[in-house]
Write a protein that binds this ligand. Structure first.
Ligand code: SF4
Length: 258
């Protein structure tokens, strides 16, 4: 079963075609997923070890994706008028997707079943451009249906440049992600930027990114500050002045603070 109800604000259902994420971001909030796979799939039964090695193990949900068409048909009524987010605790275009093509298969199923839902894809990967053909078709198929549609969000982090590979060992560089947004937008896909996480002390880099996105007319839905657990782990903290300045940035729909 892939389509599961969600408690995320404004999101009805989520789909996660993988457990784990090969981008292995050190601050990733989804590391808790390790407890669901500990001792299974040939993995260690030590949850802490699995969390420490986050990024080095990924479980593809091959059977669930093979049954996705049936699941979609069964749940189609429930999905009407609700937003479906792909994905919430993994990246649907992480490196393993190049091999398994699970996200691509799901998009094909979506098209073939003419599932008229509001689909939102959230990624930080340039691999999404491999599926531009399907995304364009999906956008076209749903453009005049009020309860349906396609939006693609690309997350871009603002972290110290000299620590980038320490913190995001395998994720694409921010410039690559900006180019993904530009390419998708030029292809007629509805896009938005999700700036996350923002590292303490990086306000100038953040401002630069916000003005670059504005120059390309890319809407910025959210800015998410580095969460408390990660701030404690990395021994960094925001100053009050910095937070006020971030809240005042123009053209941002919501600043998420934890
Ligand atoms: S890309 Fe997202 S899901 Fe993957 S490790 Fe980074 S923060 Fe976690």
């Amino acid at each position: 079963m892939l389509i599961t109800p969600s408690r995320l604000p404004g999101v009805g259902f989520v789909i996660n075609p993988y457990i784990g994420c090969g981008f292995g971001c050190k601050y990733c909030y989804a590391k808790f997923m390790a407890k669901f796979v500990a001792g299974k799939y040939g993995l260690s039964d030590n949850v802490n070890n699995l969390q420490r090695s986050w990024g080095n193990w990924v479980i593809p949900k091959v059977d669930d994706v093979n049954n996705f068409g049936q699941e979609l048909k069964k749940k189609q009524k429930k999905l009407q008028g609700k937003k479906v987010l792909l994905s919430s605790v993994t990246d649907p275009y992480q490196p393993k997707e190049a091999q398994f093509k699970l996200t691509r298969k799901m998009l094909e199923t979506w098209l073939n079943t003419q599932a008229n839902v509001q689909l939102e894809i959230l990624t930080r990967s340039a691999l999404i451009l491999r599926d531009l053909d399907l995304l364009k078709k999906l956008a076209l198929q749903t453009q005049n249906i009020e309860t349906a549609g396609l939006t693609v969000g690309v997350s871009i982090s603002v972290i110290p440049k000299n620590r980038f590979r320490e913190i995001e060992p395998y994720a694409p560089l921010p410039n690559v992600r900006i180019n993904v947004l530009k390419t998708l937008k030029a292809a007629g896909i509805n896009v938005y930027a999700f700036i996350a996480p923002v590292w303490p002390g990086e306000i100038e880099q953040l401002k630069e990114l916000v003005s670059t996105l504005r120059a390309y007319s890319v809407p910025i839905y959210y800015i998410e500050l580095l969460n408390k657990t990660a701030r404690r782990y990395f021994k960094v903290e925001f100053s009050k002045r910095e937070v006020v300045e971030i809240r005042r940035l123009e053209g941002v729909i919501r600043v998420i603070e934890h």
